[in-house]
Design a protein. Structure first.
Length: 314
């Protein structure tokens, strides 16, 4: 009997980035936000003119900063972006103990922006939910898919609980557990039907108390004479064609029963008229004297000495 256990999968709760905070000067926020929205347009214009997009954006930020300083407004950066390593002026996103431009906080695998939804952390990197499970969740031994919630551990492998079932009939295991054969799990019924030794008498599976005889195993209650179904109280039996017999029925099958007394002939034997006799039972049916082979006559199924036969039938 093998063991299985069901535990929650290693699935940390998704994290949420800290909400972007707004600078005290609302006008500055609006200007910087507008500048961020037009970044892609500036990038296209800069590339068309042979000027790097980052240079165009940096020049505009420097110009804006000087203009604000002339107005007496100091635009202190809110931090340095962990992705691009540049100062953050305007909206800032805080996650994983670092600060980011919101558009630069992305999944380490697919690059999707994570600023507006939950994310998962692994090794100091952020991942969207799908990529996290594909990369780090345990795999089901049956379907090979990631296990997102409860994980069942059995046979030194992990499984979706609904995918751990009998390899023969497909039934999900209950409280009775399972039995293992060649690395596969089976319910008790199928395991016994497929792998347990079969009784030579009734052909049902043998589980506990059994006898070994005639190159097979038997339920103790099934090891009886094939003819009369009587157990072998003496502990001995006779074998004929792979089946057990008591002494009487073995000799009946063999044709070695004394025609005189009906008991088995196991020692000296006299054969006459196709029948066998104990020597002491080979007698005249009329005078009861012992017959000598060749000096008797048969009438019906009885033997007579010659004088008795002549007196009775001639």
């Amino acid at each position: 009997l093998s063991a299985m256990s069901s535990t929650p999968a290693r699935d940390p709760k998704p994290l949420l980035p800290s909400p972007p905070r707004t600078e005290a000067a609302s006008q500055l926020d609006e200007l910087l936000a507008d500048l961020g929205h037009t970044q892609s347009k500036l990038a296209a214009a800069g590339q068309g003119a042979g000027v790097p997009a980052e240079s165009v954006l940096d020049n505009m930020l420097d110009s804006l900063t000087r203009d604000l300083q002339e107005l007496g407004i100091t635009a202190a950066p809110a931090g340095v972006c962990a992705a691009c390593r540049k100062p953050i002026a305007g909206k800032v996103l805080t996650a994983l103990g670092k600060t980011w431009h919101p558009e630069h906080f992305t999944c380490a695998h697919c690059g999707r922006e994570l600023d507006k939804g939950p994310f998962f952390e692994q090794g100091g990197r952020a991942f969207c939910e799908e990529d996290y499970h594909q990369a780090f969740s345990p795999r089901c031994a049956y379907c090979a898919g990631p296990i997102r919630e409860k994980v069942l551990t059995a046979l030194e492998q992990t499984w979706h609980p609904e995918h751990f079932f009998c390899a023969h009939c497909g039934k999900v295991f209950g409280d009775e557990g399972f039995l293992e054969r060649n690395g596969k799990p089976y319910c008790h019924q199928d395991f016994l039907a497929m792998f347990a030794p079969k009784c030579q008498g009734c052909e049902r599976p043998v589980m506990d108390n059994y006898l070994s005889a005639l190159q097979g195993v038997w339920h103790t209650e099934c090891f009886v004479c094939t003819e009369c179904l009587t157990g072998f109280s003496s502990g001995s039996f006779f074998e004929l064609e792979g089946r057990p017999y008591c002494e009487l029925h073995f000799h009946q099958r063999q044709g070695t029963i004394c025609h005189g007394c009906g008991r088995p002939v196991t020692g000296r034997c006299i054969t006459a008229a196709g029948r066998r006799y104990h020597p002491e039972h080979f007698i005249c049916s009329y005078c009861m004297c012992r017959l000598q082979k060749g000096t008797f006559s048969e009438c019906g199924d009885k033997m007579y000495c010659q004088p008795c036969h002549d007196k009775l039938f001639l």
